[in-house]
Structures are given as structure tokens and as C-alpha cells.
Write a protein that binds this ligand. Structure first.
Ligand code: ADP
Length: 208
């Protein structure tokens, strides 16, 4: 990592099990000016699968496991610099909407060097069968290897419980908002937007 941005990037984090709707919400928010959606899974899926990194992604994701942290963070950082150098992402005025990263506490610690997470939105869906149903539906629509079999789906949910959910304890309680992810997407969006627009960091950004 040779280049650095010289301040911590202001960010919101969407956290939830696979199938909880992180990508749906992140995409909508990212289409609004001053918000930039960064979906780690999409960054991985855009890799050429003939490269060593692309092969590693296929290896881990098709088993429902996480790609090793160093690789993930390095790729994420390179992509952020690239988006920023090409002015697709404007770090001085855009809020970063993180989706799919961090996925464990170690990644959260790495990320804290680069990012200031102002709010975590926890898309909560205790009904694991509903998550599995959503993933099966997505496998049909989006050609997702990792959603294709029940065994992998169960493994992805287990990986979430064991590795990703503990992130909720890493951030202070005031920074975490639970949102009912079983609501229709537009209501989930309303809950997120309602909260963001009341945050002091968001209100301060309007004065810039
Ligand atoms: P979902 O939206 O269903 O949660 P993603 O598209 O975010 O899934 O991720 C798909 C797969 O990509 C994960 O199961 C994992 O193998 C890999 N992956 C994505 N983000 C990360 C990350 N931050 N760390 C490690 N692996 C990741």
C-alpha cells in the first residue's frame, strides 16, 4: 500500500447475514449523491477468475467461507484508492456505505486505520429460513455460485454467526442501530434514511 488518503474516510456500515438485504439497501443509498456504495462481494466478483486472486475468491466463496483478511483488506484498499483517483468516489464529500466489509473483528480493526464508522445499521433477520429462501431466489436470478446449494447457504449463515456478528460488540452501543430486515425494502430504507438525516455528522456535512 504505497498511497494513502490523509484523513479517515467518513462511513456508514450495513451489517447483516447473507440475504438480509445489505446489497439492496447499499445500492439504493449509493445512487443518492454524496453516498458511495462499496460492496466487498462485488469487488471480489469483478476479479478475473484466471488470476491468482480471482481463483482464491472462487475457492473460498464457493465453500461459504471468508477470503483471508490480508488479501481482502489489500484489495479493498487498492479499490478505494482507484475509485478515488478516478473521482468515482470523492472522499472529501461522499459518505462511504460499507457493505460486506468488515466481516470479522480483525478486518474491523484494520479498517479503523482508514475509516471512521459513524453508524452501523444492523439488518436483523432472526428467521434463518427466510434468509435461506432469499438466497435461493438470488441464486436463480444472479448466477451466484455461493448461493447455489443448501450446504453452502448453511455454511454462509454459520460463518456470519461465528465471525461477523461479533463485530456488533466491537462498535460502541450508540453507534449500532438494529433494523428489522423482515420489513419490505422500502421500509428498511426509510428507517436507515430517517436515522442518517438526524445524525450530527450528516447535518454538519450539509453546511460544507
Ligand atoms: P452477501 O451479500 O450474501 O453477504 P457478498 O456478496 O458480500 O455476500 O460476499 C460473497 C462472498 O465473498 C463471501 O461469502 C466471502 O467468501 C467473500 N467476501 C466478501 N466480502 C468479504 C470480506 N470482507 N472478507 C472475506 N471474504 C469476503
Amino acid at each position: 500500500m504505497s498511497k494513502h488518503l490523509d484523513f479517515k474516510l467518513p462511513a456508514f456500515l450495513i451489517l447483516g447475514a447473507p440475504g438480509s438485504g445489505k446489497g439492496t439497501q447499499g445500492k439504493i443509498l449509493g445512487s443518492v449523491p454524496r453516498f458511495f456504495h462499496c460492496a466487498c462481494g462485488d469487488v471480489f466478483r469483478s476479479l478475473d477468475t484466471r488470476t491468482a486472486l480471482g481463483q482464491k475468491f472462487v475457492y473460498y466463496s464457493s465453500r461459504g467461507e471468508l477470503v483471508p483478511d490480508e488479501l481482502t483488506i489489500e484489495l479493498w484498499h487498492a479499490q478505494i484508492l482507484n475509485w478515488s483517483e478516478t473521482h468515482i468516489y470523492k472522499p472529501d464529500i461522499d459518505f462511504l456505505v460499507l457493505d460486506g466489509i468488515p466481516r470479522n473483528v480483525r478486518q474491523a480493526e484494520f479498517l479503523a486505520e482508514h475509516v471512521e464508522v459513524h453508524q452501523v445499521f444492523h439488518l436483523s433477520c432472526p428467521d434463518r429460513e427466510e434468509l435461506a429462501r432469499r438466497m435461493r431466489k438470488r441464486a436463480l436470478k444472479e448466477n451466484r455460485l455461493d448461493d447455489a446449494s443448501d450446504r453452502v447457504i448453511q455454511q454462509r449463515i454459520a460463518t456470519y454467526e461465528a465471525e461477523t456478528k461479533p463485530i456488533l460488540e466491537y462498535y460502541s452501543k450508540e453507534r449500532v442501530l438494529d433494523i428489522d430486515a423482515t420489513q419490505p425494502p422500502v421500509k428498511v430504507l426509510r428507517d436507515i434514511v430517517d436515522h442518517i438525516t438526524k445524525l450530527p455528522v450528516y447535518q454538519a456535512s450539509l453546511k460544507r
